[in-house]
Design a binder for this molecule. Structure first.
Ligand code: ZN
Ligand code: ZN
Length: 354
């Protein structure tokens, strides 16, 4: 089968032929219908030194995946070939308290996981291939009726990550509150839609790109701003001087974090989701009183079920561009160049083939 593989750290992925996996006991082979291209894959390609992570190449990229059950290993029941499924991306041990709660991102026994802290496309072979071997049936969520893998794949990360972040702050997102979304790309535009679907908060979206701001507008943002020296004053002006109740930073650079901290009001939440590697000095006078600074990583299984339900009812409409698997390397080049609006999704198979 075809697979887009990261062969070594600090390299570009290559499309190559690999043997089609055969599911062993408890495993499921999924025919991939869609695999989202994530900005974090660029960090995998460019930023990591050998030994930084507990796993490494070679592996097939693609950690936001959906498709159809193709074959099941011994002991797997309740899944039929051809059944459309979304793949939960973080693969933990499956037995600890966090895994049992569906929060495999924070598995308590990572040494017992297939790849410590990883999953398909993160140390293990991912979905930028014709088939994806999933280690356990619990990692599959059936798609709602009529819901396509192309729509589902981006929801497993680009949707789930902001959903998890928004849910943490739901109590602060009252009708009089303001949420600021920094970065209106693949995750950020879905954050705006999730805020719109779950809350009546005022929504401000910040992005340097006009196309991204327009996407934020059609996603439901009330006010569109560009980063720069006026940003903090503009957010204050839009919030009667108070600042924002919840700031979700999908960039995470020094400058985005400085602006995010400056617009977070007392008792507000500042959530760092983006992995641009910036830092934020925290000190008594450096932040609004009782502001909480938190990071989040991905989301859990029950949240993915909720998100798919939301999308199946038409309350989320991810902006998606699709590409054939052969175009995988160009998709990442476009992502690196900032040429992608919304989410780029690679489609190895457009429909299930038994
Ligand atoms: Zn990702
Ligand atoms: Zn675990």
């Amino acid at each position: 089968m075809r697979a887009l593989r990261l062969e070594s750290w600090k390299s570009e992925p290559v499309l190559t032929e690999v043997p089609t996996p055969v599911p062993g006991p408890g495993e499921v082979l999924v025919q991939v219908g869609a695999a989202g291209a994530c900005h974090s894959d660029l960090h995998l390609m460019h930023d990591f030194e050998p030994g930084t992570l507990p796993w490494g190449p070679p592996f097939t990229l693609g950690h936001e995946n959906a498709g159809w059950v193709h074959a099941v290993g011994p002991g797997v029941a309740g899944l039929e070939p051809g059944q459309p499924v979304a793949v939960v991306g973080a693969w933990g041990c499956g037995r600890c308290a966090r895994c049992l709660a569906g929060l495999e991102t924070y598995c308590e026994d990572p040494a017992a996981a297939p790849a410590p802290g990883g999953g398909g496309g993160l140390g293990l072979d991912g979905g930028m291939a014709d088939f994806l071997l999933v280690p356990a049936a619990r990692q599959l969520v059936p798609l709602p009726d009529g819901f396509s893998p192309v729509l589902a794949a981006p929801l497993t990360d680009a949707g789930l990550t902001p959903y998890h972040a928004v849910r943490r702050s739901l109590g602060k997102l009252t009708p009089t509150s303001t949420a600021v979304v920094v970065g209106a790309g693949g995750l950020g535009h879905l954050a705006v839609q999730i805020l719109r679907a779950l809350t009546a908060a005022h929504i401000i979206a910040v992005d340097p790109k006009e196309t991204a701001r327009q996407l934020a507008k059609t996603s439901g943002a009330d006010l569109l701003l560009a980063p720069g020296p006026d940003l903090v004053d503009e957010v204050r002006a839009a919030t009667r001087g108070h600042g924002a109740d919840v700031v979700l930073d999908f960039v995470g650079s020094d400058s985005s974090l400085a602006a995010a901290a400056a617009v977070t009001r007392p008792l507000g939440d500042l959530t760092i989701v983006g992995i641009a590697g910036g830092s934020l000095p925290v000190s008594f006078f450096g932040l609004a009183y009782e502001a909480s600074v938190q990071t989040t990583y991905w989301g859990n299984r029950s949240e993915l079920v909720e998100l798919l339900d939301l999308a199946a009812r038409g309350l989320l409409t991810p902006e998606i561009s699709t590409f054939p698997l052969e175009k995988g390397p160009q998709v990442y080049a476009g992502l690196a160049a900032g040429d992608i609006t919304g989410r780029a999704v690679v489609v190895p198979s457009a429909e299930y083939t038994p």
